[in-house]
Design a protein. Structure first.
Ligand code: ADP
Ligand code: MG
Length: 551
């Protein structure tokens, strides 16, 4: 066996290991099954590549993206390592070359696309080759409930069972549930687990409520002209409109989403990788496998779906270790959209509950008045001693405002109207606005009518958003987003608990009185909601359920 340290410099050209790499490499070289969780950019590839070179035989690497495999094979070959990839993009000549290198015992790393594993002949090939180890990159793709699920990854466990070789798995996704799923699906018994620190001190963390999302995005990007950045969007349509808007403001931009042709996607990836100062407006389809060290910022133009997703996406910024910025914009419509996506998914109920819980955790992070970095790390089980001093909430510690009474008023408006209305109508009710619907329903006769006149409409919107964010109120997707109380709201309603919300958010809203009612919603969001609404109406019709559209 070659000395890992020597290989580190002779093959990879690095003078030292990154934190965690050395421990992982030595466990892998000792033949143990390993699950390594390291942040994006932490240097996971080396943790299987180096042991592959240090030992006899072939290592099979399973990786979800062809582009990623190709890049790694190219880099390995340039470093003089015999490596190859069998994917749908491999032509016959190349495959022949790989097979003969395998038969001659020369090949050290064989990358395989997951869909290749189930193919006829693959098992026979692997039996002949007798790999030393199967290394599974982006191992969270085996999790059936994650957004990167790749059904073919399930084949890995079956192959491992038949081949009986060492397995190692690598991911940046850290939540306990996904971790447990990886262990049960890939390993015969509990592997050695390495969990490396999640703090990325060079990343600045900022969350802002949406007041005028497009202007907020433009302000941010305009102030960073010439820097490379990613703007994550919740829908394909939005990647295109935002890319256009940024382009009109004189930035060099590209849209990217899974609906684009493979060629166009590859072209976008290559341009982003090579050009300076390009901004990619993308869905979450963009990023896995992007290895650009100098991404200076990541903006979430819409709320991500969980802290895991958030962390992985912001983690693409500042891999060179230099300061990089992140900005996350979120509004009540994002919350409604995310809840609707969860409720409309085909997952079983307990999974939907878990997903609501994950979204709640993210919203808690969004609204935290305390050190945001600590809140983020706490989610991953890390408990730093001190506040970081560098995130938005540390720089400007938000004051708290006792919102118990406002929350109680909101809850009673919800209850008195039969938990059948969205925030728009409820806010009108609280503010004593006699709309036609109000009169039709006789809601202007309710004792709650007009009890919330002391707050503006914008302030009530903030309160409702925070109540939704804290999961006291939850939009019911089967009833057009009608808000209902969750169990968590009961103690507050009974006066057994109090509620403090961020004062700055309320004051900001008080200043923003001129904001048009739909300014909180972007056109594409509105279109998306209209589509959801229409679909629900059609579903209700089909099921002969009386459908009344409320929001
Ligand atoms: P991950 O898969 O964990 O996201 P990668 O394996 O793609 O991370 O590595 C991220 C970057 O760090 C790559 O550019 C890689 O070359 C570099 N890198 C990895 N290990 C080291 C090291 N020990 N010293 C310096 N750079 C490293
Ligand atoms: Mg990687």
């Amino acid at each position: 066996m070659s000395e890992p340290r020597a290989l580190l410099s002779s093959v990879f050209g690095f003078d030292s290991f990154r934190p965690g790499q050395e421990e992982i490499v030595s466990a892998v070289c000792a033949g143990r099954d390993v699950l390594a969780i390291m942040p994006t950019g932490g240097g996971k590839s080396l943790c299987y590549q180096l042991p592959a070179l240090a030992r006899e035989g072939v290592t099979v690497v399973v990786s979800p993206l062809i582009a990623l495999m190709r890049d790694q094979v190219r880099a390995l070959r340039e470093a003089g390592v015999s490596a190859g990839a069998l994917t749908s993009a491999t032509d016959e000549a190349e495959a022949e070359e790989i097979f003969s290198a395998l038969d001659a015992g020369r090949l050290k790393l064989l990358y395989m696309a997951p869909e290749r594993l189930a193919r006829a002949g693959t098992e026979a090939l692997l039996r002949r080759v007798r790999p030393t180890m199967i290394a599974v990159d982006e191992a969270h793709c085996v999790s059936q409930w994650g957004h990167d699920f790749r059904p073919d990854y399930l084949e890995i466990g079956r192959l491992r069972e038949r081949l009986g070789c060492q397995v190692t798995a690598f991911t940046a996704t850290a939540d306990a549930e996904t971790r447990a799923e990886i262990v049960t699906r890939l390993f015969p018994e509990t592997p050695e687990v390495f969990l490396r620190g999640f703090d990325r001190p060079n990343l600045d963390l900022v969350f802002r409520p949406k007041d005028n999302p497009r202007a907020q995005l433009l302000d941010f990007v305009n102030a960073r002209r010439g820097q490379s950045g990613i703007v994550y969007c919740a829908s394909r349509a939005r990647t295109e409109t935002l890319a256009r808007a940024l382009g009109e403001a004189g930035h060099s931009t590209l849209a990217y989403h899974a609906g684009m042709e493979a060629d166009a996607r590859r072209h976008a990836e290559t341009r982003f990788q090579r050009e300076d100062g390009l901004i990619v407006c993308a869905t979450v389809a963009f990023g896995m496998g992007i290895d650009k060290p100098d991404i200076r910022y990541v903006v979430h133009a819409d709320l991500p779906k969980s802290i895991e997703a958030y962390y992985q996406e912001i983690g693409r910024a500042g891999r060179d270790g230099l300061p990089a910025e992140t900005l996350t914009l979120f509004g009540a419509d994002d919350i409604r959209l995310r809840r609707a996506q969860i409720d409309e998914s085909l997952a079983p109920d307990e999974r939907k509950e878990a997903d609501h819980g994950r979204l709640n955790a993210l919203l808690g992070l969004a609204e935290t008045p305390h050190c945001r970095r600590r809140a983020l790390l706490a989610y991953f089980g890390e408990t730093p001693e001190d506040d970081c001093g560098g995130c938005d909430t540390c720089r400007e510690r938000p004051e708290l405002h006792d919102a118990t009474e406002a929350a109680q008023k909101a809850f009673s408006a919800v209850l008195r109207t039969g938990q059948s209305f969205g925030s728009g109508h409820l806010i009108d009710l609280l503010r004593g606005v006699r709309t036609e619907r109000m009169r039709e329903r006789g809601h202007d006769e309710l004792p709650t009518f007009g009890v919330g006149k002391d707050l503006s409409k914008a302030q009530w919107q903030v309160i409702f958003r925070q109540l939704m964010g804290l999961d006291y109120l939850r939009p019911d997707v089967t009833r057009h987003g009608a808000l209902r109380l969750t169990e968590a709201a009961r103690p507050l309603l009974r006066g057994e608990a109090g509620l403090e919300l961020r004062r700055d958010r309320l004051e900001g809203a008080a200043r923003a009185v001129t904001v048009a009612p739909r300014a909180l919603v972007d056109e594409e969001d509105a279109a998306l909601f209209a589509a959801l609404k229409a679909r629900r109406r059609a579903l209700a019709e089909a099921a002969k359920v009386p459908a009344y559209v409320i929001f």
